[in-house]
Design a protein around this ligand. Structure first.
Ligand code: ANZ
Ligand code: ZN
Length: 812
């Protein structure tokens, strides 16, 4: 065998790894544990994408290095298989999603295996397998038991075309993420998960994990913690006296609050509109306005460019609790119903939106903060010095930050306000009126209300249906299967009905990393022992697009399970990194509609998986987006060809020792490759290895051992060719488990050093010279320096003291 033939050797090693169970993690190992995780794919009809290969190969390199370092590595793979594409395909063709899913998984699995990724296939999971979703349902019942799952009438984003409720994040620029139809608002009963109860922990505990800074920041912004105060404003409506509670992050500006504004959806507004007790003067105007605002998105309502609108509730006034002055009450679009209290105290002098609004409606603008560094231009939104706060004269002159603390205390004392922390995060709409999801395991009984399906009856499996479209009133197609829906109540045995909503496609992935620890367990979602052995995940790499949803959802589930004593750590992932997108050749996004998606299969056939892997690691900095170039695969392929040839030569005629330059360079290569793998600087790993191969080709002598060490460094990137050559050169066992090389910096061969140049014992400069340079050569170097004449002047040189490799001293 003399030609490098990836086709045959890649198959050979893939079979061998499988036969020897080379990559199976052990549940009771004495080795230290290491859990490496990548996001499991949705098995779409399009097959694997070169973007998948980038992330999977990167973690594969980490996993392989850890095995070589002596860890018991868990690197699992599975299928996140509930989701809309299979369901939409079923609506179109009538093919059951379970069938399409099975077929797609088969394709994906073959593709992934062909890449030589070292996944532990004995732990493969599939979120649509009833044995898996039994536990997703069981976990839902734990949320229900602990009052974290509840039903509520909520205004949901509604896609009139797909007939489906959408999560906020599924709405892109006001349109349905899937079909592009303009999204409407609709009120509907939904199952909710109370993720907001964990908002504070999800925020604070980010300090305890090692995530890339931009990932932490995105999570923080999404959670949106705000510290401020709630303050009570009296509202006078004729003879009625009501209270409106505002949320503000700037309580120290209270003396500048010249109106209050309610969200159009606020309860108090509807009370004014249809209550008999009090009717506002301009009821029709307000009604029309509210109707107009209804279908505007939050972004349209609040973004900077958009004009803010509102209408005054005529005949009603509020009392500013600090000034005791009567101020107008507005309904305004820029006040959102589901943030803070849905009511604001407006301070036009110090808030952009309020300023704009006050100008438009001719409202009082009263300055209460002064710029300490110069002229104050309104609206002045920075911190500064408090002025014009007569009622709390002691506050005048304080810095706004300090005044805020004191003023809150005063409010608490007067019982008109209190300190308050608010979050942007909303509870999670957890039901979908669809088919291809986990049925929510509850039964509705006229007498008993919501009754959980007893554990022994789990899983509630999906029935066979003959059509997949939601009903016209937007209910799940499950609602039309009478034999499935009608069941006796588990509690009173009277006729009752199953819940027909299913879970969103985020459910299965919220806990899959736990199931990998113990995937065949049919008594628990995972045993305590297995979880203790493998959790937490040591390193999780995935897409940046999953930072705010999947990552947050799964942290929430894990934290809840930790609190009820079912998992060993509060945080599921110790470390999180993200890879940059792979773009199409022209730099555009790869997409099916543009027809520019690159499928790895043909590349594996043509060049081999090792070449594809090395190319994807070499193509650019790992965390940056990078454009694909099929042409460029030839470079990595030639690199592997050269390695193949070099190894054949060494097999026939290897030397006992290598050139000193090789010995030295190898140590530096070990160091650099080891470090760069840890920092995911894979492109420099490849270039460092290429430099070593260049040196090998120039060398006079090369030992087999040194070349094997080099192959070990390459093996996480190109596992097949290195296994083959390792075997060929007489390596013992598998290169995948050969101990990772450790650099010995003592062997590093120094090629240059610094020599001190002195005149009469005083240091004048430092010269770079070659090791062991002779006196005459150094003298010639020094004389060539332009400064030398200045140092030596006209004096005669009495003596030259030369200490090899250290210094040269002219005595005048
Ligand atoms: C008075 C004030 C004075 C405010 C001032 C700001 C500046 P963040 O930081 O994002 O939490 N606000 C409160 N609830 C709102 C809602 N439901 N819809 C729209 N705006 C709302 O923003 C908090 C600030 O946003 C609050 O502080 C409130 O305006 C406004 F010089 O109160 B502020
Ligand atoms: Zn009942």
């Amino acid at each position: 065998m003399n030609q490098y033939d990836p086709k045959s050797i890649e198959k050979k090693w893939q079979n061998k790894w499988q036969e020897t169970k080379a990559f199976e993690a052990i549940n009771d190992s004495s080795k230290p544990k290491y859990y490496a995780l990548v996001e499991f794919p949705y098995p779409s009809g399009d097959g694997l994408h070169v973007g998948h290969v980038r992330g999977y190969t990167a973690m594969d390199i980490i996993a392989r290095k850890r095995r070589a370092e002596g860890f018991n590595v868990l690197y699992p793979m599975g299928w996140d298989a509930f989701g809309l594409p299979a369901e939409n395909y079923a609506i179109k063709t009538g093919t059951a999603p379970s069938i399409t899913t099975r077929e797609n998984i088969e394709v994906y699995k073959k593709q992934i295996i062909s890449l030589g990724l070292s996944f532990d296939w004995s732990r493969e999971i599939n979120t649509t397998d009833p044995e898996y979703y039994k536990w997703t349902q069981w976990l839902f019942l734990q949320f229900l038991k602990h009052d974290l799952a509840y039903k509520a009438k909520v205004v949901i984003n509604w896609c009139p075309k797909d007939k489906i409720g959408l999560a906020n994040e599924e709405v892109v620029a006001g349109c349905c993420e899937r079909c592009g139809t303009a999204v409407e608002k609709k009120e509907k009963e939904q199952w909710m998960l109370a993720i907001t109860k964990y908002a504070d922990k999800l925020d604070k505990d980010l300090d305890t994990v090692d995530y890339l800074p931009q990932i932490k920041l995105q999570q923080k912004n999404w959670i949106g913690r705000s510290e401020g105060a709630e303050i009570i404003f009296k509202v006078l409506a004729g003879s009625l006296e009501l209270e409106a509670v505002v949320f503000t992050t700037r309580p120290e500006t209270i003396f500048g609050a010249t109106y209050i504004a309610l969200a159009p959806e606020h309860k108090m507004v509807s009370k004014f509109l249809d209550g008999d007790e009090y009717k506002i003067e301009n009821i029709e105007e307000v009604q029309t306005y509210i109707h107009d605002v209804r279908n505007r998105t939050d972004i349209e309502r609040t973004s900077e460019g958009k004009e803010k609108t509102g209408v005054e509730l005529k005949g009603i006034v509020a009392i500013n609790p600090a000034t005791q002055k009567k101020i107008p009450v507005f309904v305004a679009d820029y006040v959102l119903p589901h943030y803070g209290t849905g009511v604001i105290m407006a301070v036009p002098a110090h808030d952009e939106r309020d300023f704009e609004f006050a100008k438009k409606y001719n409202l009082l603008i009263k300055q209460v903060v002064e710029n300490p560094n110069g002229e104050t231009v309104l609206p002045y939104t920075e911190d500064g010095i408090i002025i014009n706060s007569e009622g709390f004269a002691w506050a005048n002159g304080l810095l706004s930050k300090d005044a805020a603390i004191e003023i809150i205390e005063e409010f608490e004392h007067l019982k008109i306000g209190k300190k308050k922390v608010t979050f942007k995060l909303r509870d999670w709409v957890f039901s979908r009126q669809r088919y291809w999801g986990e049925p929510i395991p509850v039964i509705h009984c006229q007498k008993c209300g919501i009754v959980p399906v007893p554990e022994k009856d789990l899983p509630v499996t999906l029935p066979i249906v003959d059509h997949y479209l939601p009903t016209d009133n937007g209910e799940s197609p499950l609602s039309e299967i009478d034999s499935w829906v009608n069941v006796p109540c588990p509690s009173c045995n009277e006729p009752a009905k199953r819940e027909t909503d299913v879970m969103p496609n985020w459910a299965g992935s919220s806990w899959y990393f736990l199931r990998y620890c113990d995937p065949q367990n049919d008594e628990a979602f995972a045993s305590k022992e297995a979880l203790a052995q493998h959790m937490p995940v040591n390193w999780y790499n995935g897409g940046m697009e999953h930072t705010t949803l999947h990552l947050l959802y799964s942290r929430f589930w894990n934290k809840f399970l930790f609190d009820i004593g079912l998992v060993p750590t509060s945080e599921p992932y110790t470390k999180r990194t993200s890879h940059g997108l792979i773009l199409a050749e022209g730099g555009e996004k790869m997409s099916k509609s543009k027809g520019n998606v690159v499928n790895p299969d043909s590349l594996v056939k043509l060049y081999g998986a090792d070449t594809l892997r090395v190319y994807e690691m070499f193509m650019g900095p790992f965390d940056q987006p990078v454009a694909w170039s099929t042409e460029s695969l030839i470079g990595p392929r030639r690199f592997l060809d050269r390695i193949w040839r070099a190894a054949q030569k060494i097999r026939l005629e290897s030397d006992k020792t290598s050139d000193p330059e090789i010995v030295s360079l190898l140590q530096k290569t070990i160091q650099k490759v080891s470090d760069d793998i840890e920092s995911m600087s894979f492109n420099t790993v490849v270039s460092t290895l290429m430099m070593f191969q260049n040196a090998v080709e120039k060398s006079k002598q090369l030992s087999k051992e040194d070349y094997i060490t080099f192959l070990q460094l390459l093996s996480p990137l190109a596992p097949h060719i290195t296994e083959e050559l390792f075997e060929m050169l007489g390596g013992k066992g598998s290169i995948s488990y050969a101990p990772w090389p450790i650099s010995d910096m003592c062997k590093v061969f120094v090629t240059s050093l610094k020599m001190v140049v002195q005149v009469n014992g005083k240091t004048r400069t430092v010269l770079d010279i070659a090791v062991d340079e002779e006196e005459s050569a150094v003298l010639a170097l020094v004389r060539a320096l332009p400064e030398t004449t200045k140092w030596l002047g006209d004096s005669e040189i009495k003596k030259v003291i030369f200490v090899k490799n250290k210094l040269i001293n002219f005595v005048l």
